[in-house]
Design a protein around this ligand. Structure first.
Ligand code: F6P
Length: 406
């Protein structure tokens, strides 16, 4: 074995389309570059689009029985494998092959052609059907589907996935691999038989949060806020609209491609001015971000609850985190859905530098709790003003948490 065998690394992504492979590849590149390591990604999809344009977007292109196209895909893979090899032969240190690589045959080709340094396979798994559906919906917006309507593009992408499912074989014989739950950042399985360059950094990157810049905003003032009423679906007051306008103005120089609101009017309205002012922004309503449901107390003011439902008022005051409104929710039950919404938003944003969530008081407290590690009993009292936002960064190398005015 050459002396320098272990001082560089090939990483080969593995996984069906829309499983977050490119996001994980970009996260590895960014994290390793912070360590001054020279990393480059070789993406088969990009090469295919450059060489074959739209002709390769139809599902049949991926039919394994279709010899001509299978051969074209094989050639694209080999070109990238060779480019990766050249990169490591020069001054590159880590080459990432970003492609599905789901068949054993393909992985054997990679290992047969790349023998000068170890190959680490990183498989991304996400079988959450709802999030997959949302992720495929986003894929349909890519230029390669421009000539198809949404339904055709969606079906086309699904069919492509089915062809890949057909040839998928599990990892096992490969010398080094991680199997990653890419939605939850958890390693499900691992096998490391060789000395892997930067293994500690890579392993830690795989499980780290990767939130580059999250702007967490509470909706502007609503009519219910004025009356201290809870729940419901009231609209913004003129002050609320002013706050929404100020928010838009504040962020007009920052391109935020993904904005998430709840399904309630007050958050949707808060997003209107900012989405109007941004160039390429998509506002997505996530039901997971809707405010805590106060059950029998919906629409009541805190004063009315104290007078008319003292048992609710006092039990909640005693243990606000665990108290569940009759026929409604509590912070304790909110945790699961808000965590899910947060994971969904982060997953769907891919590698975006900026994302924004426009939520509600209790929902935002739960999101903040994810990053702040507060004691449970303190979570329902986190301060969430309406004229300020939280700027949150949470990556392997940086944690930032700042309350700012807009
Ligand atoms: O008052 C606004 C509001 O968003 C209500 O809709 C919600 O019930 C409440 O805040 C949550 O805050 P707390 O848990 O402090 O009552």
């Amino acid at each position: 074995m050459q002396q320098n065998y272990f001082n560089k690394l090939y990483i080969a992504m593995v996984g069906l389309p829309a499983r977050g492979k490119s996001t994980v590849a970009a996260k590895l590149r960014e994290g390793l570059r912070k360590e001054h390591i020279k990393v480059r990604i070789f993406n088969n999809g990009d090469l295919r689009r450059r060489l074959l344009c739209e002709s390769s977007s139809r599902p049949d292109f991926y039919n394994p029985d279709n010899r001509v196209n299978a051969e074209q895909r094989e050639q694209i893979a080999i070109t990238n494998i060779k480019n990766a090899s050249k990169y490591l032969q020069s001054d590159g240190q880590v080459a990432v092959l970003d492609a599905t690589n789901v068949s054993l045959k393909r992985r054997r080709t990679i290992q047969r052609l790349l023998t000068d340094h170890p190959v680490l396979f990183v498989e991304c798994i996400n079988n959450d059907q709802e999030i997959l559906k949302a992720s495929i919906t986003k894929k349909t917006e890519q230029p390669e589907f421009a000539k198809l309507d949404f339904h055709e593009a969606f079906e086309s992408f699904n069919k492509r996935i089915q062809y890949y499912e057909f040839i998928t074989q599990p990892l096992g014989e490969e010398r080094n691999y991680y199997v990653l739950d890419s939605l939850n950042n958890q390693i499900l399985e691992e096998k490391i038989s060789e000395n892997i360059f930067c293994n500690v950094q890579i392993r830690d990157l795989l499980v780290s949060d990767w939130v580059k810049n999250l702007f967490l905003v509470r909706h502007g003032e609503s009519y219910f806020n004025l009356e201290n009423r809870i729940g419901g679906d009231s609209e913004l007051t003129p002050t609320g609209w002013e706050q929404a306008g100020a928010l838009a103005e504040h962020f007009k120089q920052t391109n935020i491609p993904n904005i998430y609101s709840s399904t309630k009017k007050r958050t949707i309205q808060t997003a209107i001015p900012i989405s109007g002012m941004q160039k390429n922004t998509e506002v997505m309503q996530l039901k997971e971000f809707s405010e805590i449901h106060a059950g029998i107390c919906e629409f009541m003011s805190y004063d009315e609850i104290r007078r008319e439902k003292p048992e609710v008022f006092y039990s909640r005051t005693k243990d606000k985190y665990n108290y569940i409104y009759p026929e409604g929710e509590g912070y304790v039950t909110l945790k699961h859905r808000v965590d899910r919404g947060l994971k969904k938003a982060i997953y769907l944003s891919g590698n975006a530098t900026y994302i924004m969530i426009i939520g509600h008081q209790a929902v935002n407290r739960m999101i903040l709790a994810h990053f702040l590690y507060r004691r449970k009993e303190d979570v329902p009292y986190i301060y969430t003003p309406q004229d300020r936002y939280f700027h949150i960064v949470s990556t392997q190398s940086k944690k930032l948490f700042e309350l700012k005015r807009y």
